[in-house]
Design a protein around this ligand. Structure first.
Ligand SMILES: [Zn+2]
Length: 138
């Protein structure tokens, strides 16, 4: 792998890179003291406000689908081409922002209070009709 760019080094430091790219840079850093120094300087420069994490985020997110599109992707409700793009973006590019977002959405889908309430109602209904049947059989 060639020497990583400043952007890549910062993305690495923020754990924004896909696993493979991150591992490659880690290897580089282990072997090259000069690179470690450059990363240190970059982080210091950024801490002093030259490059905010917000700037980085926006730069990286330009190619990201919207939250709505991500949500629809979970239930495969986008036009097929868009779902394909998102699958590529998340699985092949390994965009950590979208992955994190999808995980969060999945978790909140699973813990949807409406669902819990619906489940509860179903159980209550079942219990009461089971009770009815039982009484009728007696
Ligand atoms: Zn993304």
């Amino acid at each position: 792998m060639s020497t990583p760019s400043d952007q890549e080094l910062l993305a690495y430091a923020d754990e924004l890179l896909p696993v493979e790219a991150s591992a490659a840079i880690e290897q580089n850093l282990r072997e090259e003291a000069a690179l470690r120094q450059r990363l240190d300087q970059l982080l210091q420069a950024r801490d002093q406000g030259n490059l905010s994490i917000g700037d980085e985020w926006r730069l990286h997110r330009l190619s990201c689908p919207s939250l709505t599109e991500l949500g629809l992707f979970l239930v495969r409700a986008n036009p097929p081409q868009l779902d394909e793009y998102i699958a590529f973006h998340v699985q092949t590019v390994g965009c950590v922002f979208c992955l994190a977002q999808l995980e969060e959405m999945q978790a909140s889908l699973a813990a949807d209070p409406d669902d819990a309430a619906r489940q509860q109602r179903r159980e209550t209904l079942y219990a009461s009709s089971a009770g009815l049947l039982k009484r009728r059989a007696e």
